[in-house]
Design a binder for this molecule. Structure first.
Ligand SMILES: *Cc1c(COP(=O)(O)O)cnc(C)c1O
Length: 232
């Protein structure tokens, strides 16, 4: 089958195929069912053509980290592919909540009471009760978003009980220079004690270890689409 949309120097179809094999292998190594693991193709800073190449390969779950960029790229593609599931994986400002709720299908970055409250109001208004993941700042890094681990249980409860959000998962981005498995184990522990079933953890460099530690969603950008242009 020809692939009309693939950019010239990166074989997106091939990358997705080999990643699926690696995901299956990692799942098999700990006797997990591969169907419990969802590959989120992170298309931030990549073109609609690159996205279409992934769609040609059957990919349907995508992640974007900026609301504005997603609004520029996704509405026509989503109209064409109604089964696409678009995850917001970057920080969400409260003044972008309306657009985010209208466009995205999963919000992975709920991390503070004011945002939870806005999301709840807006989801009711739009009758779109989207699944939410709570982002946990497992490394307690100043520059990173996410609720602090010590505050996570109380925050999860208030998202559920006070705001009525559908808290389906937890998400983390481990610090660059630390062993990611410690953070994955930590996130899993928080999920278990809060009866949360989904774990969004693992990126291009560490998705296999994340899968052996219980990841249900791996967020892969570079491994699928190649390197991103530097920020302008
Ligand atoms: C960019 C990004 C990814 C993908 O990173 P790669 O290393 O390119 O796979 C995953 N998660 C988040 C939150 C991101 O911002």
């Amino acid at each position: 089958m020809s692939v009309p949309h693939a950019p010239e120097n990166v074989n997106i179809v091939e990358n997705i195929e080999s990643l699926k094999t690696l995901i299956a292998k990692a799942a098999g190594s700990v006797e997990r069912d591969v169907s419990d693991i969802s590959l989120v193709a992170v298309s931030k800073m990549h073109s609609s053509d690159a996205i279409r190449a992934a769609l040609d390969a059957g990919q349907r779950v995508f992640g974007e980290n900026r609301v504005q960029e997603a609004m520029d790229k996704w509405p026509p593609i989503k109209a064409e592919y109604p089964d696409v599931r678009l995850h917001l994986i970057g920080p969400l400002q409260t003044n972008k909540v309306r657009e985010a709720v209208a466009l995205f299908d999963v919000i992975e970055t709920v991390d503070r009471p004011k945002l939870a409250n806005k999301l709840s109001e807006e989801m009711k208004k739009q009758s779109r009760m989207l699944p939410c993941f709570i982002q946990v700042n497992t490394g307690e890094e100043d520059q990173k978003a996410g609720v602090l681990p010590a505050e996570s249980d109380a925050f999860i409860s208030s998202c559920r009980d006070k705001e009525g959000l559908r808290v389906d998962g937890l998400m983390c981005i481990p610090p660059q220079d630390e062993e990611p498995s410690l953070h994955f184990a930590f996130l899993r522990e928080i999920a278990t004690r809060n009866s949360i079933n989904n774990l969004s953890m693992g990126m291009s460099a560490d998705f296999e270890i994340a899968i052996t530690m219980g990841a249900t969603h791996v967020r892969l950008g570079t491994a699928i689409f190649g390197s991103r242009a530097k920020l302008l």
